[in-house]
Structures are given as C-alpha cells and as structure tokens.
Design a protein around this ligand. Structure first.
Ligand code: FMN
Length: 208
C-alpha cells in the first residue's frame, strides 16, 4: 500500500467487530514493523501489554470512561513509556549500548560518555524523564497505528482513561507512564466511518 493511502486509511474507529479476532502472527508482525520507529539515541523506551482476555478488558472498560470499544476490539494494546529508559542498568539501554559496541559503532570506553549524554538530556528532572518517555513512546504509538493500517487492521488510540486506575489494575510498575491504549481489530460490518475531521492547512500550521 502506498504510504499516502495508509495516511488516509488510518482512522480512529469506534465500532469493532467483536467476532473477528486478530491473528497472533499478524499482531506480532505489526509490532515488529512498528519497532522501526525512531527514538532518542535509539533508546526505544517503550514496552507493550497485549490484552485479549475478555475479563481483563471488562475490568479496563470502566477505567476508560466506559468506552465500549475497550471490550469490542479483540486486542487492546497498553503502551508503556519508560521514564527510566535513559538510566544505567535499564535493560533496553544496556542492549542498545551492547549493540553499539558489537556493531563497531561505539567503543567500550565510550560508555561513560554515552551514559553522561543520556543522563544530561533526559535525567535532569522528572519533567525531562517524562518528556523523554512520552515523545518516544508517542512515536512508537503512531508507528503501531500505521503498521496496523498497512496490514489491513483498524485502530483507535485512547487517552480517555484513569491513568492510575489502569496502572493499579494491570500491576504496572512506577517507571512506566501510559501514553495511550490502542484498540486493534476490524471494523464492524455495516458500520460507516464518518468523513475525516477538519485538519489545519499548511498556512495555519506554519508560523512565520
Ligand atoms: C492520544 C490520543 C488520544 C485519544 N483518545 C481518545 C479517546 O479516549 N476516545 C476517543 O473516542 N477518541 C480518542 N482519540 C481519537 C481522536 O479523537 C481522533 O484521532 C481524531 O478525532 C482524529 O480522527 P481520526 O483519527 O479518525 O483521523 C484519541 C486520539 C489520540 C491521538
């Protein structure tokens, strides 16, 4: 599919077919494709929880303004932004550095420089760690939605939920912030999608 078609085709779908599941292998492909997203220093400070179980989704729905798509969609992705993703000892950061060394991009003695750079940029305050986690996980979310679209799936991003309630319900540790839940599935048969909403024009977006 042409990228322009994906841009047009991706919509926030409100009505999912509850009887049509998303194949495990297809979802895996979507997630692996989405992982091509860019990130600060390639630190990829994101993780995912995949909810398919109806009981689990039912417990989530009241925490998400009772949005019916939480249970109607066969899959809910809970995206986790890692506020500690810049820290020494963080398993993803350590893998990134190890790969830099094995690929010859960095020398082992550059470790202190690398850790100092990530700490200096993202670890100065709780705001900078939060911003680091949000912006990178947000890009991953966008990638997930476009990848899903490219593979014939529909999605719906949601930030209408009780953040602390969801964290507690799913036993999510404090280093993670949840930028959004993403419902994934197929459009309910017979439902028509509303025309795409208003978008800013080039002139409105570009500030002179
Ligand atoms: C971060 C984010 C959070 C959103 N949260 C919700 C939500 O909780 N409930 C909802 O109905 N729509 C939600 N939306 C969907 C937007 O309303 C929708 O993307 C927007 O109206 C544009 O429509 P389109 O995605 O179909 O182009 C969210 C979108 C984003 C990007």
């Amino acid at each position: 599919m042409d990228f322009k078609d994906i841009l047009i085709k991706r919509r926030a779908i409100n009505f999912f077919d509850p009887d049509r599941d998303v194949e495990e292998s297809l979802l895996k492909t979507v997630i692996e494709d989405a992982a091509k997203a860019p990130s600060s220093y390639n630190l990829q400070p994101w993780k995912l929880m995949i909810l398919r179980d109806h009981d689990k989704k039912s417990k989530l729905q009241p925490l998400a303004f009772d949005q019916p798509k939480v249970t109607e969609a066969p899959v809910i992705l809970v995206v986790l932004a890692d506020r500690d993703g810049w820290k020494e000892g963080n398993s993803t950061l350590e893998s990134v550095f190890k790969n830099h060394v094995t690929s010859g991009k960095m020398q082992p003695e550059q470790r202190e420089w690398f850790l100092g750079a990530t700490q200096g940029l993202y670890g100065k305050s709780s705001e900078s760690s939060q911003a680091f986690a949000n912006k990178n996980a947000g890009l991953f979310c966008m990638s997930l939605m476009y990848a899903a679209s490219a593979h014939g799936l529909e999605t719906h991003p949601m930030d209408g939920f009780d953040h602390d309630g969801v964290k507690k319900e799913l036993n999510i540790s404090d280093n993670y912030w949840i930028p959004m839940l993403i419902a994934v599935g197929y459009l309910k048969p017979g439902v028509e999608i509303n025309p795409k909403g208003w978008r800013q024009s080039y002139e409105e977006m570009v500030i002179k």
